[in-house]
Ligand binder design. Structure first.
Ligand SMILES: COc1ccc(-c2cccc3nc(Nc4ccc(N5CCN(C)CC5)cc4)nn23)cc1
Length: 300
């Protein structure tokens, strides 16, 4: 059954949505840069439009849920939802969001690593913490927190994007169990998510630790989490699935190594997020405070 349509949904008319260029491919869809230009004089605003890839019913319902999720989120550290555009002909819909000019954190850190100091990396980390704290206050679990899903709005502001896998935790539980794990980003997953498909605020904290590792590795492809884990697991693993090897590696307390030049106190923060027992992992509020303190201490 369809989730109820949002009554105050902002409607963008397809005929005024001018395609400019592709921005990337996310979960279930592609994102394009468009100008919404009703006056037809190029004075309209630039927007990021996420088009639903296939019109498969299941994807349409997941997409509608993503729209409903983003619609209720109002936070400086979460990409702003603007509205939807229905293409009547194809009975499909697109999600219209604010356009963030600097793109994803991955491209930004790689390109600007020369002039990004520890202080700015900690600032980005604290903003992601605040966005996650807000998300958790509404009982949402993101489930796909990764540098690829963090967008750069300005040189001093990042926002969390891509709520394709986000779930709401039921009120009588403190975790969400996924039935059909699709294309899973297992190298960002907590052990309990890998072995039991169990997702909670504490599994998002684990993923945040991996995002910290990505940030302090300047998202250098040579040190990306998947590559580091696969080096440790060994590329020629046959038979048993990668996730079994990964779960055993984590059970045996192997963790991603400290990025080079990463301040020891930041690596300690990552290790806190990677406590095997999810009850021992800090909350985003606690992480945010620790990071704020580090920012104060940064003399740079
Ligand atoms: C996974 O792919 C995406 C792509 C775009 C988005 C998205 C959603 C909501 C808002 C939003 N603003 C931007 N901006 C943006 C700007 C530049 C680029 N790149 C410029 C350089 N190119 C080589 C790569 C794309 C990508 C995204 N992207 N974006 C989310 C996931």
């Amino acid at each position: 059954s369809y989730s109820h349509p949002q009554h105050d949904q902002t409607l963008f008319e397809e005929r005024y949505l001018r395609y400019i260029s592709p921005l990337g491919k996310g979960n279930f869809g592609s994102v394009e840069l468009c100008r919404y230009d009703p006056l037809g004089d190029n004075t309209g605003e630039l927007v990021a439009v996420k088009k639903l890839q296939s019109n498969k019913q299941s994807n349409l319902e997941d997409f509608q849920k993503e729209v409903n999720t983003l619609h209720v989120l109002h936070c400086d550290y979460i990409v702003k939802y603007k509205g939807v555009c229905y293409s009547m002909g194809r009975l499909s819909m697109s999600l219209v969001m604010e356009y963030l000019p600097y793109g994803s954190l991955i491209g930004y850190l790689e390109k600007n690593k020369q002039n990004i100091n520890t202080r700015r990396m900690l600032l980005f980390a604290s903003q992601i913490c605040k966005g996650m704290e807000y998300l958790q206050s509404l009982r949402y679990v993101h489930r796909d927190l990764a540098a690829r899903n963090i967008l750069v709005a300005s040189e001093t502001l990042v926002k969390i994007a891509d709520f394709g896998l986000t779930k709401v935790i039921p009120h009588n539980k403190d975790y969400y169990r996924v039935t059909q794990p699709g294309e899973s980003p297992i190298f960002w997953y907590a052990p309990e998510s890998i072995t039991e498909s169990r997702f909670s605020q504490k599994s998002d904290v684990w993923s945040f630790g991996v995002v910290l590792h990505e940030i302090f590795s300047y998202c250098d492809i040579r040190f990306n989490p998947k590559r580091l884990y696969m080096q440790e697991i060994g590329h020629n693993v046959l038979g048993t699935s990668i996730s079994v090897h990964l779960a055993n590696l984590l059970k045996g307390n192997w963790r991603l190594p400290s990025p080079s030049n990463c301040p020891p106190k930041v690596y300690l923060l990552m290790k806190q997020c990677w406590a095997h027992d999810f009850d021992e992992r800090p909350y985003f509020s606690n992480l945010g405070n620790q990071i704020e303190t580090m920012i104060q201490d940064e003399r740079e």
